[in-house]
Design a protein around this ligand. Structure first.
Ligand code: ADP
Ligand code: GN1
Ligand code: MG
Length: 364
């Protein structure tokens, strides 16, 4: 069935290979290989997770608008010199942005971006700098995307108050009898509930502006060139929609300034890395300084902690609800992920003063 579905995209060659690809938690991703007159080309196919994205058509309309806008600006402003690119949607043979399979699933296809990789971790401060800079560029390219407003592909995605409501519901229902296993983690989340609302409240009361942002700007949603060390493409655009740019900076801080993997089981390896944090901010702010307002700058330190908290909360909620949201590959996988997020917040808190000194360096 998969081959049949994939053959409905407008690719003029013969399919010669197909395999699962990548480490995403949400969509089913495959890479394909095609041949025509001795020339090999590759594509990336994804079954959009329609339990999570209830309107895949809205997701694809957003991605079409965003990628067209970015491509046009890259071509005009010369970012193309660095090979920076954006996702290229391959339409279906009948001109649609997706193909429906025989079970009603929604599929899309992109050009496979060659000679690239999606890092899970970085190994140098320079990498942190280029990743920070790439997200600032991404945000700046979208500052002038006109109306209509982009669809909210997952309503209230980073709304901490709603995420806490779901968490309280999961505790009171305790459908999988797991509350007893996680008293410490639950206590941590409850202690931090009030503080966690700072970004969403600031957005709601207008202290910080709504802007288009990525909303899932973690490290492995950015493709880096395999040979040199520059960013080729910001990917996974399913959640590009209105929010605050601090959601993106926060997700980068969470995933770049941590020397351990998101699902590391040895918590002694989880540590907030000040060198990477500083380089990341340097790269981000050199690209974002023209558009950030002082109220946004004032919340930079909180952003990393806040997004780490919402991820920990969501992993814990999913664990309590029986692991129905995130893809897992071992028992307690979501619990391990939640624990790394809590350990990272504890490490950030223990380095609070240093974090503030670094953030102050970039004040102006
Ligand atoms: P998910 O929403 O499940 O995280 P992603 O869109 O992030 O899915 O894709 C999963 C992985 O596939 C990425 O981490 C990256 O390794 C790879 N990938 C996605 N799009 C492309 C592309 N156009 N070219 C090359 N690799 C890609
Ligand atoms: C998911 O799709 P992926 O793996 O890039 C999730 C993010 C979380 C992330 C945690 C739509 O991202 O919100 O930050 O996992 N995406 C969605 O790693 O829920
Ligand atoms: Mg992804």
């Amino acid at each position: 069935m998969l081959k049949e579905t994939i053959n409905q995209f407008a690719i003029d060659a013969e399919l010669t290979g197909l395999k699962p690809f990548g480490n995403g938690h949400i969509n089913d991703t495959y890479q394909s290989e095609w041949e025509k007159a001795g020339v090999i080309s590759r594509y990336l196919h994804q079954r959009i997770n329609d339990r999570i994205f209830r309107r895949p058509d809205h997701v694809m309309e957003n991605i079409r608008r965003v990628t067209n806008h970015i491509r046009e600006k890259i071509n005009r402003t010369g970012f193309g010199d660095k090979n920076l690119c954006t996702l290229t949607i391959i339409p279906s043979r009948d001109g649609k942005l997706w193909v429906r399979d025989s079970e009603g699933g929604w599929w899309r296809t992109y050009h496979f971006i060659e000679n690239s990789h999606a890092p899970e971790q970085i190994t140098s401060a320079d990498d942190a700098r280029i990743l920070g800079n790439s997200i600032a560029h991404f945000q700046s390219l979208l500052l002038d995307l006109g109306s209509p407003r982009l669809h909210e592909t997952i309503p209230d995605f980073h709304n901490m108050e709603i995420r806490y409501r779901q968490f309280h519901h999961a505790i009171s229902e305790d459908t999988h009898n797991r509350v007893k296993n996680v008293n410490t983690e639950i206590a941590f989340m409850l202690e931090n509930e009030e503080r966690g609302s700072v970004l969403i409240r600031s957005l709601r009361d207008g202290t910080i502006p709504e802007r288009i942002c990525h909303n899932d700007a973690k490290i492995n949603n950015i493709l880096i060139d395999n040979t040199g060390s520059h960013v080729l493409c910001v990917i996974d655009l399913d959640t590009v929609m209105p929010g605050t740019v601090l959601f993106d900076l926060g997700d980068l801080i969470r995933t770049v300034a941590n020397r351990a993997k998101e699902d590391e089981q040895d918590l002694s390896k989880v540590e907030f890395d000040l060198t990477y944090f500083e380089a990341l901010l340097d790269g981000y702010l050199s690209g974002a300084c023209d558009f950030l307002i002082s109220a946004e700058r004032a919340l930079i330190c909180e952003a990393g902690r806040n997004i780490t908290q919402i991820m920990g909360l969501r992993f814990l909620t999913d664990y309590l609800e029986g692991d129905h949201y995130y893809r897992t590959s071992r028992p307690d996988h979501n619990l391990d992920r939640c624990r790394t997020q809590i350990a990272l917040i504890q490490s950030m808190d223990s380095k609070r003063e240093d974090v503030q000194v670094i953030a102050r360096k970039f004040k102006s």
